[in-house]
Design a protein around this ligand. Sequence first.
Ligand SMILES: NC(=O)c1ccc[n+]([C@@H]2O[C@H](COP(=O)([O-])OP(=O)(O)OC[C@H]3O[C@@H](n4cnc5c(N)ncnc54)[C@H](O)[C@@H]3O)[C@@H](O)[C@H]2O)c1
Length: 254
Amino acid sequence: MKLDGILSGKTIIIMGVANKNSIAWGCTQAILDQGAKVILTYQNDRIKKSLDRLVDDSIALVECDVSEDENIEKAFSQIEEQYGKVDGIVHAIAFADKETLEGGVLNTKKDGYNLAQDVSAYSFIAVSRYGAQIMNETGSIVTLTYFGSTRAIPNYNMMGIAKAALESSVRYLASDLGERHIRVNAISAGAIKTLAVTGIKHHRDLLKESQSRTVDGENVKTSEVGNVAAFLVSDLASGVTGDIIYVDKGVHLI
Ligand SMILES: NC(=O)c1ccc[n+]([C@@H]2O[C@H](COP(=O)([O-])OP(=O)(O)OC[C@H]3O[C@@H](n4cnc5c(N)ncnc54)[C@H](O)[C@@H]3O)[C@@H](O)[C@H]2O)c1
């Protein structure tokens, strides 16, 4: 563990590592590099098997399927009991079923809408609520969003609607938690090939188009997103809250 990093002495929970390509894994490495102790939460046994191959005993693993509030409450109280208070949380979780994602927004059914909003946006509110209860006096909560929240990106569909709700939640939660000195922000990452992205119809076109629009013609890397997450959970970002920080190599601007 690095003693002179910007996160030395801090404990950070990271939610949403599925494999080594996950954005959350880029965050894990960057946050470890800055000296924090890391606790990973995982969705289910299948994901745990993949994590067991990725991490050693220095990283604690705690199960947390965010589709039920009780699971989040239970996971966080287990974390507090075993590891004490935490200083930050990175929420890198989203889901929409294939039919909903592929069907277009016009054909979105209530069940598909609710599921996507529940896992991708509401879970961030619940994570912030229960997470704030186990945080040290100053804390920082970060989520991951995408540009499809403000633009109609081809095939992003229902996930864009969920990301819009997520980004709005960031602003309200920052306001609610401000008095407790807990900051809430989102990173809007550029397109990266991960498991989640392969659920989007024609995702190769999305990745190619996005790459062609970056300033240097290369897609952003999970390590670059991770470095910004490390900054946001650190005290260096004490003046940043309620914000959406773009880590997309200029795609949303140019
Ligand atoms: N990959 C991109 O291009 C991109 C761009 C911008 C934002 N994002 C966002 O980054 C975040 C991480 O996604 P990723 O691209 O790294 O993909 P990923 O597939 O590696 O990670 C998604 C994670 O969500 C978890 N998850 C889904 N349902 C869950 C549930 N019910 N309970 C607990 N965990 C659950 C999965 O287990 C997985 O670990 C997502 O919010 C995604 O929308 C991704």
